[in-house]
Design a protein around this ligand. Structure first.
Ligand code: URA
Length: 433
């Protein structure tokens, strides 16, 4: 078999056989198929798509490209969640402790941020001392002890995706439904969970820009999960503006702490209550989503969800004192206020523009080698739907850089203020199950 023939076959819109897909993934993982041929294949798939069978085979080939984790040493139903990425998305850090405080078992392997989207691991690492490099055995023990662990993906988990995702990121081939579906589901299946809650983001700051494509991605992933006997549900959530008010690593940890203490922003809490209620039903802890929502509210009110975060941080070597006293987090040397240039209603607070600006302020990486400034980012005082008067504070940009003009101009351009009343999109757009 020659890789060039498979590229041409897909380029012409033909269906690849199972053997051909496995040949590509095996060869690419082992190094016998070079990056340039894999990027040509990814581009052909982006343009020509894949059938259900091709997507199922691609997912399976990727899942088994490395270690497949067995979590059977953890008692009970294991639940996991995965977001397709966004700006200000600290959901796992709030939702994880919430569901664990209700008795669910969450053994989560997360990734890092790249480009304009943030990553849970980077956010957790802004907590001094926090260790995300635990072994599988340590993770299993931690979940058995306290119900939750969020760690980095082990090197041997889905190596095909590690290579392919990095390649797609620099070849303009991320936004392909078959490739995203196989990337997400191969990781979730290989990490050994019983039930999967998918958060499919939609809007300017997400890979799926409209409801139609988000729905198709959600349906594709739910079908893959179900066909392999994993209880899989997808929530379609709005990412036209950032989630919550904080964008940037330690800023987002501080917002997660406030959220677990009952002072979270409305959109973030709505997403956590809806996703969490689905997860508690998937874990057989509650019979209905309504009952689960009430349980989730109670663990915020009685402080047990916040204590669960403290337990997780302590178990992973992090400084719990910082969690109890978030004013101890380092702050950046510069805080630049951005104010409304006219009176009116905020129509737009573009998640992509804010995400890219936050990255330029130091909060994200342009390449995998870049070092992150944990204190950099943007705090949004006003978001879509708010009425502001000329001169009111829209947001504050935090940075340690001297050269920040470009990022500030980008943030200014992300906002649009109009005379007519504007209503923000509900954060939950749809549920696919
Ligand atoms: N998240 C993933 O894990 N993979 C993708 O391809 C896109 C988002």
């Amino acid at each position: 078999m020659r890789m060039v023939d498979l590229i041409i076959k897909k380029r012409e819109g033909n269906e690849l056989t199972d053997e051909e897909i496995r040949f590509w993934i095996k060869g690419y993982t082992e190094g016998s198929i070079p990056d340039y041929q894999s990027s040509a294949m990814a581009m052909a798939i982006l343009f020509k798509g894949m059938t259900k069978r091709e997507i199922a085979t691609l997912t399976d080939a990727m899942e088994y490209s490395g270690e497949v984790i067995d979590l059977s040493d953890i008692a009970g139903v294991k639940v996991d969640k995965h977001s397709t990425g966004g700006v200000g998305d600290k959901t796992s850090i709030v939702l994880g402790p919430m569901v664990a405080a209700c008795g669910a078992k969450l053994a989560k392997m997360s990734g890092r941020g790249l480009g304009h989207t943030g990553g849970t691991l980077d956010k957790l690492e802004s907590i001094p001392g926090m260790n995300i490099a635990k072994t599988k055995e340590e993770m299993v023990k931690q979940v058995n002890d306290i119900g939750i662990a969020i760690i980095g993906q082990t090197k041997s988990l889905v190596p095909a995706d590690k290579k392919l995702y990095a390649l797609r990121d620099v070849t303009g081939t991320v936004e392909s439904i078959p490739l995203i579906a196989a990337s997400v589901m191969s990781k979730k299946l290989a990490s050994g969970t019983d039930a999967i809650l998918l958060d499919v983001t939609v809007g300017e700051g997400a890979f799926m820009k409209n409801m139609e494509s988000a729905r198709e991605l959600a349906r594709t992933m739910v079908n893959i999960g179900k066909s392999l006997n994993r209880n899989t549900v997808a929530v379609l959530s709005d990412m036209s503006e950032p989630l919550g008010r904080a964008v940037g690593n330690s800023l987002e940890i501080k917002e997660a702490i406030a959220s677990l203490q009952g002072n979270g922003p409305e959109d973030l809490m709505e997403l956590c209550f809806t996703s969490g209620s689905i997860m508690l039903v998937q874990a057989n802890i509650c019979k209905t989503r309504e009952e689960a929502k009430a349980k989730l509210k109670s663990v915020i009110e009685d402080g047990s969800a916040f204590e669960k975060l403290c337990q997780m941080v302590e178990a992973q070597g992090g400084d719990v004192d910082c969690i109890r006293h978030p004013e101890k987090f380092e702050v950046s040397s510069k805080a630049i206020e951005i104010r409304a240039e006219k009176t009116g209603y905020i129509k737009k607070c573009d998640a992509l523009e804010i995400g890219v600006a936050a990255m330029k302020l130091g909060a994200g990486r342009e390449t995998l080698e870049d070092k992150i400034d944990m204190s950099a980012g943007v705090y949004l005082t006003n978001k879509v739907g708010a009425y502001v008067e000329k001169g009111d504070l829209l947001c504050t940009a935090y940075t340690n850089k001297d050269n920040y003009e470009e990022a500030i101009n980008q943030i200014k351009g992300a906002y649009e203020i109009v005379d007519e009343v504007v209503y923000a999109q509900p954060v939950i757009r749809e549920i696919v199950d």
